[in-house]
Design a protein around this ligand. Structure first.
Ligand code: PMP
Length: 369
């Protein structure tokens, strides 16, 4: 009974674990300075924009047909991009989906699920428990040390206890920026019969000399390295995430993916972006410098920062972080209220955006002390 207009979520036969839950997401507000979701502040050049348009128009001519289900040309191009690091990956080692969010869901659909366990090291990316919930898996959070590094002995003890089917190591970790060393990742791979995912969404932003877990792929058959074009490639709107792993792991993802999950337009424009990798990645060094300068400046203001290898900085600590966040927002600067109590996260932006952030923060800091 009752009208369609009056029906609410509470009236629906929703799965019990979804009752009372809210859709995930940072507020999408229309403010001058957006430093809240770790985007790349630099849009594509006119040349790249024009080529993206041409590729989309070309894809439109065959829009009555389904796209390449295997996205082979795109996966070949992604392997080519990774191989710039000296690897020998082929399309068979690479899987792609609509953002690394979907890549991760494919992994959990294939390797987690009812009666299975997903483990991650908190504080970490807040979508991990949601992927677990949405795949009916149990989520086990193992706390990091006070400096946000992973205590690997403790991690291995928890692995023996909980027997996780999937272990996610976010490195550089969102929201702290912390990296996990390759020897530590290897030890965790060797301690489990499950799948270990190194989420390297921010890998392109690491400081000089910090290696990628891709180095471990030849010797760790249960390792998956997840990447995204959203951050370093300035391609968040294009929605393209990918992973590199043993071909058998890619085959597992191919079983659970929905057919034709990557649209013809997505495949075409992502290939254009990869052809222009040099241009799109050119600003990464600028952003790393902005990030390092920001860490220094926050320290000079007497604030604490977490050591970061990503395009963002976790800083604090504030008795009332929400007041500080709101004060910045009133001044047109949107950052993220995320991470452990008392901390806030700010993304590295353009020099102008960073200046606006510093000005606004200096205005609100006295009230937050
Ligand atoms: N992993 C981490 C650690 C992230 O921070 C993000 C984006 N915030 C993602 C994955 C997902 O990114 P996307 O789906 O845009 O590839």
């Amino acid at each position: 009974t009752g009208s369609t207009a009056a029906i609410t979520l509470a009236d629906l036969p929703l799965r019990p674990e979804l009752v009372g839950q809210e859709p995930y997401g940072a507020p999408q507000l229309d403010v001058p300075v957006c430093l809240n979701v770790n985007e790349n502040p630099y849009g594509p050049s006119e040349t790249v924009r024009a080529e993206i348009g041409r590729a989309a128009a070309e894809a439109a001519t065959t829009m009555n047909r389904y796209p390449d289900r295997e996205a082979t040309a795109l996966r070949t191009a992604l392997a080519g991009y990774l191989n710039r690091g000296g690897y020998e990956l082929t399309a068979n080692h690479v899987w792609a989906a609509n953002g690394s969010n979907e890549v991760m869901v494919h992994l959990l659909q294939a390797f987690a699920g009812p009666d299975r366990v997903v483990m991650a090291f908190t504080p970490t990316y807040s979508m991990y428990p949601e992927y677990a919930r949405d795949t009916h898996s149990r989520y086990v959070a193992v706390p990091r040390r006070a400096d946000f590094t992973i205590d690997v002995d403790e991690a291995i003890a928890q692995v023996r206890l909980e027997r996780p089917d999937v272990i996610i190591i976010c490195s550089p970790n969102n929201p702290t920026g912390t990296t996990t060393g390759l020897e530590d990742i290897r030890r965790i791979c060797e301690a489990t019969e499950g799948i270990v995912v190194a989420d390297e969404a921010y890998q392109e932003f690491v400081r000089d000399g910090v290696p990628s877990a891709l180095d471990l792929l030849p010797t760790c058959p249960n390792l998956v390295v997840s990447r995204t074009m959203s951050k370093a490639f300035a391609f968040a709107g294009g929605r393209l995430g990918y992973l590199a792993a043993a071909p058998a792991i890619v085959d597992a993802c191919r079983i659970v993916r929905l057919p034709y999950h990557l649209s013809a337009v997505t495949q075409a424009v992502a290939r254009v972006a990869l052809e222009h990798a040099d241009e799109l990645l050119a600003r990464v060094d600028d952003l790393r410098r902005e990030r390092d300068a920001l860490v220094t400046w926050l320290g000079e203001q007497g604030l604490q920062t977490a050591q970061t290898d990503a395009n963002f900085v976790l800083f604090g600590r504030f008795a009332d972080r929400h007041a500080l966040w709101s004060g910045l927002l009133e001044r047109g600067v949107l950052i993220r209220e995320v991470g452990p109590e008392g901390w806030l996260r700010v993304s590295a932006g353009t020099p102008e955006e960073m200046a606006a952030f510093r000005t606004a923060l200096l205005e609100v800091l006295p009230d937050a002390a």
